[in-house]
Design a binder for this molecule. Structure first.
Ligand SMILES: Nc1nc2c(c(=O)[nH]1)N[C@H]1C(S)=C(S)[C@@H](COP(=O)(O)OP(=O)(O)OC[C@H]3O[C@@H](n4cnc5c(=O)[nH]c(N)nc54)[C@H](O)[C@@H]3O)O[C@H]1N2
Ligand SMILES: Nc1nc2c(c(=O)[nH]1)N[C@H]1C(S)=C(S)[C@@H](COP(=O)(O)OP(=O)(O)OC[C@H]3O[C@@H](n4cnc5c(=O)[nH]c(N)nc54)[C@H](O)[C@@H]3O)O[C@H]1N2
Ligand code: SF4
Ligand SMILES: [Mo]
Length: 731
């Protein structure tokens, strides 16, 4: 008899609740969980393919250890012995910086990825940390750090209550969003329009999102900063600003007006390739709308009074995050507290640019990276210049990959530690609840029990922490969790502002429930969080007070914690205690932006695209998710195709800084003129991988067109879109 079990989908930021159908130990189906308090039954084709992904025969079932140059199946004991024999000795000889840590995107989607990497980094003591953030959202952390003093203070558009939504460079109908966790983003956009709201999309491609919009502006890629400056300028110049309740909490309004004086709509129009009048109208509409939200662009939200108010952009209050604190000045946010060894890139949020990983491995000298620990990352495909990184990884003294697949990156490892499939894994969204458009909390235990010869990823990483610390064999993995629990309780009970100040940490620790270390840590974070029971000191239980793991387990479809509410000024951590509208590091970039007004734009630039049935580099091995319209083609506008002598279905050579690729051409007017589009995450044609389906239709790696030199200077984020290319037809 088939049975069902709930499981939160780990495949994108929407975090939909799924109902899995299970026969024996195999997941044979997945549908949307109608009782899920957040997603209410929504599912997309990726979630529906959960079973196929879960039982992909190419998933690794045992650790692999390199012997005589070959990766061979090994026992867990052999794998950890190899790590224990290599890493502490290497650190002893070459120092802590000789180990680089690479953290990929799925760490944000697993409990293990939230709970253990901080402990691993602490154990290693290395500053050589490279993550998907510098291929992705680091600019947002930097702007939040500078504006609010906290890089994790991310305001999300209040999708369900806003009257006007402006999306700039986002395609949530395909991606379901980023730094905005909202199951069924497409449905919410349709609902916004159905109730009379306005949706404006700014994207050089006519995406599925743009097709839903009232208005679609297709600017030249790379010109967003100019467009935003002109929108802010117009609001300030036409006296349309109305910060409202924020007025007492902002700093730098006058300076901003001065700094933006030259960025009139007319001045930016040629660079953006948009009519000045369109820009002016957009600013006026933003100001006139009763509520409005500009997705991810907070200065505009401040100027229109929409930051931190319902219908605008609000800060979530996640159940496992810190409790709100009283307002007051903070320590501020600093960039560039240290720099990368080779090119001197500034750190941002304690990370170095992933685009600089290869040079840190290749370049000889004190502090060179000789070992890499890669967790849930495939930078050979996701970062610039995969060929160079490929060669660099191949030259490492030692490499560990924690990854379910033998892919383009993990094939270089000396030890591969494979986590079990998601059906065997517990799930809680430590990260994404911090970006969710509604406060809620959900936890799902493994839907299928783990086989005896497998380790949960939490245990894999806990054992890794022990092994790199020279403690393999001398401590149990649970000791790692105990350490984390004790550190958190010591801090809490020492905090004069905590109701638990002076309490006995050992007594609190004894009160924790949970079947294993990660569950006990989840219990601890829930109980100390904003809705927690504070170990009985929080007063009587209510719908959104008195949370603990025990209570959460009694609600298998989650607990709704209500709509987002205003949180300012309490969450501000700037030195001034205010929102800094023109922080120094941004002001220092303005000359560069001014220069962009008159730069001659490249004739042809390339942007990426996401497909609903794809997810970065690792879903191309599931037959149901590839083929059809999900293919690695170069989209070219008909006029550009004519001009360049390209035909639909033909082939072209595309060339940029980092090299050339031969690609199939798809002629379509969904891209604007002067722009071509090639998706990322493809290029599965390397030897030594085990990706049967992906290898049969490998596509090309768009990031091979980049050489890693194009970076956002403040955040170290690789510029992956809007770079110049040339095209030549191939026979
Ligand atoms: N040109 C271009 N490049 C891009 C982008 C773009 O838009 N254009 N997007 C960028 C963005 S936004 C991101 S986030 C990055 C993503 O790039 P990466 O962070 O490298 O992530 P993925 O490509 O998703 O690869 C994820 C890896 O994790 C493994 N994995 C899957 N599930 C698990 C699990 O449960 N546990 C563990 N340990 N491993 C798992 C997969 O097998 C795979 O090896 O790519 C970036 N690269
Ligand atoms: N199906 C699917 N879903 C995903 C993913 C996936 O790979 N596939 N990846 C997940 C991840 S890790 C992330 S970070 C999110 C990202 O998802 P989104 O935040 O939606 O971002 P992208 O899809 O990278 O880009 C959005 C749009 O920006 C446009 N664009 C490119 N350059 C410019 C420019 O200069 N200006 C403007 N205004 N627009 C520009 C592109 O044409 C594209 O349509 O998606 C997540 N969800
Ligand atoms: S939208 Fe995202 S979270 Fe929801 S089912 Fe699809 S992949 Fe999973
Ligand atoms: Mo991402």
């Amino acid at each position: 008899m088939p049975r069902t079990a709930p499981r939160i989908c780990p495949l994108c930021e929407a975090t939909c609740g799924l109902t899995l159908t299970i026969e024996g130990t195999t997941v044979t189906g997945a549908r949307g969980d109608r009782d899920d308090v957040f997603s209410r039954g929504f599912i997309c084709p990726k979630g529906a393919a959960f079973g196929a992904l879960d039982s992909d025969p190419d998933r690794l079932r045992t650790p692999l250890v390199r012997r005589d140059g070959q990766l061979r199946e090994a026992t867990w004991e052999e794998a950890y012995e190899a790590i224990a024999a290599a890493v502490p000795a290497l650190v002893g000889e070459h120092g802590a910086q000789s180990v680089g840590v690479v953290l990929g995107n799925p760490n944000a989607h697993t409990m293990a990825g939230a709970l253990y990497p901080p402990l691993l980094l602490k154990a290693l003591g290395t500053r050589n940390l490279f993550t998907a953030s510098t291929l992705d959202q680091m600019p947002k952390h930097v702007s939040s750090g500078l504006l609010f003093g906290d890089p994790f203070a991310i305001a999300v558009p209040d999708l369900d209550r806003t009257d006007f939504l402006l999306l700039i460079g986002a395609n949530p109908v395909e991606s379901n969003g980023s730094l905005c966790t909202a199951p069924d983003f497409p449905g919410r956009l349709k609902a916004l329009r159905a109730k009379g709201g306005t949706l404006v999309v700014v994207d050089p491609r006519r995406t599925r999102t743009a097709r839903l919009a009232d208005r679609h502006l297709a600017p030249r890629p790379g010109s967003d900063a100019l467009l935003l400056a002109a929108l802010a300028h117009t609001l300030l110049d036409e006296k349309l600003t109305a910060p409202g309740a924020l007025a007492d909490h902002i700093e730098g309004l006058g300076e901003l007006a001065d700094a933006l004086a030259s960025f009139t709509p007319e001045a930016v129009a040629p660079a953006c390739d948009l009519p000045a009048e369109e820009i002016r109208t957009l600013a006026r509409e933003l100001a006139a709308s009763p509520t409005a939200a500009v997705y991810g662009r907070d200065v505009l939200n401040v100027l229109t009074g929409n930051l931190d108010r319902p219908g605008g952009a609000l800060f979530p209050l996640p159940a496992t995050g810190p409790r709100p604190r009283p307002a007051g000045p903070g320590r501020g946010f600093a960039l560039g507290r240290w720099h990368s060894r080779v090119s001197g890139h500034p750190e941002a949020k304690s990370e170095l640019p992933t685009a600089a990983l290869a040079e840190e491995i290749e370049t000889p000298g004190e502090g060179r990276i000789r070992a890499v620990i890669s967790i849930a990352a495939n930078p050979v495909l996701s970062a610039p210049d995969g060929r160079r990184l490929d060669a660099a990884l191949a030259g490492l003294d030692f490499m560990i990959s924690v990854d379910p697949y033998l892919n383009e990156t993990s094939r270089h490892a000396h030890v591969v530690l494979p986590p079990p499939p998601p059906s065997r894994t517990a799930h809680h969204d430590f990260s994404f609840n911090g970006f969710a458009i509604r406060n809620q909390v959900r936890y799902t235990r493994p839907a299928v029990p783990l086989e005896a010869d497998r380790l949960d990823e939490c245990e894999i990483l806990a054992r890794l922490v022990l092994a790199v610390s020279g403690m393999h064999g001398s401590a149990e993995p649970s000791a790692v969790d105990d350490m984390a629990v004790r550190a958190a309780l010591a801090k809490e009970t020492a905090d004069r502002d905590s109701p638990l100040h002076g309490a006995d940490p050992a007594r609190l620790e004894a009160m924790l429930t949970g079947e294993n270390g990660p569950e006990r840590r989840l219990d601890l974070m829930l109980r100390l969080g904003p809705y927690g029971d504070l170990f009985g000191t929080a007063g009587p239980e209510t719908a959104d007070r008195g949370l603990s793991l025990e209570r959460l387990l009694a609600h298998p479809h989650g607990i709704d914690l209500g709509p987002l509410e205003p949180r300012l000024p309490g969450l501000l951590r700037t030195r001034s205690g205010r929102i800094e509208l023109l922080p120094d590091p941004i002001a220092a970039e303005l000359p560069r932006l001014r220069a962009a007004l008159t730069e001659r734009p490249a004739a042809l630039v390339l942007v990426g695209r996401r497909h609903l049935r794809s997810n970065n580099s690792w879903l191309h091995n599931v037959p149901a998710l590839v083929g059809g319209s999900n293919r690695c083609t170069l989209q070219v506008h008909p006029r550009d195709a004519d001009r360049l002598g390209l035909a639909d279905g033909g082939r072209a050579r595309v060339t940029a800084d980092g090299g050339s690729l031969d690609v199939p051409v798809e002629v379509t007017d969904t891209v604007r003129t002067g722009v071509v589009s090639l998706p990322h995450g493809w290029g599965h044609d390397r030897d030594g991988t085990r990706l049967t389906v992906a290898g049969a239709a490998p596509g090309v790696n768009v990031n091979q067109l980049l050489d890693g030199s194009r970076l956002d200077p403040l955040s170290g984020t690789a510029v992956l879109n809007g770079f110049p290319v040339t095209l030549t037809p191939l026979p």
